[in-house]
Design a protein around this ligand. Structure first.
Ligand code: MLT
Length: 407
């Protein structure tokens, strides 16, 4: 008889964002006519840029012509796009080979799927609070053994607190895979060179691999902060990097990302190139490549003109972040992040846990946030606002919070 993967039953509640959508829907049903301003999920709102639109039209036209139509492409992605990324990384002093880059349909699936090339009993370390995908995919993969006091046994949680500036110390114990996200989702903080170097050294000493999620790297304006883990000496032997066009160019619905698995990356019992070859094997077996309509648009994003246009989107969202931060600070709410990242992490009012504050903000100010505890125990007592909204909505949300939130 067929049986389900019982590990799914170990997952706590629903995935965070559908859960927020469910609660929001219920509120709207109970309060018809109330317009909610949604600053919960980090979903982009500005339209695609001119260069992207032009290239999308071109590719659709090519697909409509028998002479230029194309079917399956390379599972690893179009060479043009990978070469454009090689060039993009050179700006940060990072030198890659095109076959170290694997084009994907976004960072989220890769950040979960990457676990499958490592031993099923690998011990995973995550920042807490944490983007839920890393943890939930570990649970689904059977890497955890029960849920106690809000944490999965078998996962090593690295506390990110106000005291440590929301960046953790290296684990005290030996772990195999370490997820780091910088600029961080949800706290909006960015790791420095020194902080990342400590993790690279830890990975070196413990034969561990860092899975570095840099999906928000394009929001870093401080030139002293690293945009890639590969800016850190020695990282190509110990890290994988996952990134995306979603937030960089408004591709949340278009879907395009990339993962870098360096040739030099080695784990126990492997020679250089073997881990890269394993991810290649995984992708060629289970993935048929990103859409051939979309990939040339990725090349357009990375062109000089495309980057100028994307920068405008980023600047717009970062101005939103400034409006939110200032508005919250004006009424005495303490905020973090939102300077080199599009997320504002804020302290819930005294006496409220994250979900209670979520309800209060929704019922009094009609603003939807993301409750911090949805990102793990470490997020309890905090909430996250996304700066990806439209300007008028951002302004209305801040105005409403100032006028209607009972403090
Ligand atoms: C978020 O709100 O954390 C992100 O939009 C979710 C995602 O990128 O999957």
């Amino acid at each position: 008889m067929a049986r389900i993967n019982q590990n799914y039953k170990s997952l706590q509640a629903g995935y965070l964002f559908p859960e927020i959508a469910r609660r929001t829907r219920e509120f709207t049903e109970r309060n018809p006519g109330v317009e909610l301003i949604r600053l919960g999920i980090g979903d982009t709102t500005l339209p695609l840029t001119d260069s992207v639109i032009k290239e999308l039209h071109n590719t659709v036209d090519r697909m409509a012509d028998a002479n230029t139509y194309s079917g399956y492409g390379m599972e690893q992605g179009n060479l043009d796009l990978r070469q454009a990324l090689v060039k993009h990384y050179k700006k940060y002093g990072v030198y890659l080979e095109p076959d170290e880059i694997f084009i994907s349909d976004g960072a989220k699936p890769d950040s979960a799927n990457i676990q499958s090339i490592f031993a099923p009993d690998s011990v995973i370390a995550v920042q807490d609070p944490v983007y839920p995908v890393y943890v939930d995919s570990a649970v689904i993969g059977g890497k955890t053994k029960g849920f106690v006091d809000g944490r999965y046994k078998g996962i090593v949680y690295m506390d990110c607190t106000e005291e440590n500036g929301f960046f953790p110390d290296v684990p005290k114990e030996k772990v195999d895979l370490i997820y780091l996200c910088s600029p961080n989702n949800p706290t909006g903080t960015v790791a420095t060179h020194d902080q990342l170097k400590k993790f690279v050294d830890y990975a070196h000493d413990n034969n561990a691999v860092i899975i570095f999620d840099s999906a928000y790297a394009s929001f870093i304006s401080d030139e002293t902060l690293p945009r890639s883990i590969f800016e850190i000496e020695g990282a190509e032997e110990h890290a994988i990097e996952i990134n995306s066009f979603s937030k960089l160019a408004g591709f949340t619905g278009v879907r395009l990302g990339w993962t870098i698995v360096p040739h030099k990356l080695q784990v126990e019992g492997t020679a250089p190139g073997e881990v890269q070859a394993l991810w290649n094997r995984r992708q060629t077996t289970m993935f048929n490549g990103a859409s051939n309509i979309v990939q040339p648009a990725g090349v357009a994003v990375l062109s000089a003109q495309g980057q100028k246009e994307s920068q405008k989107l980023i600047d717009y969202y970062m101005e939103n972040a400034e409006i939110i931060r200032k508005g919250l600070n004006d009424i005495g709410i303490k905020t973090f992040g939102g300077v080199n990242a599009p997320y504002i992490w804020a302290k819930a009012l005294k006496g409220y846990d994250s979900w209670e504050f979520f309800d209060k903000l929704m019922s009094e100010a009609h603003v939807v946030c993301t409750p911090g505890s949805g990102f793990g125990n470490g997020g309890e007592g905090y909430f996250r606002l996304s700066a990806f909204g439209e300007r008028e909505n951002i302004k209305s949300a801040v105005k409403s919070i100032k006028e209607n939130l009972k403090i």
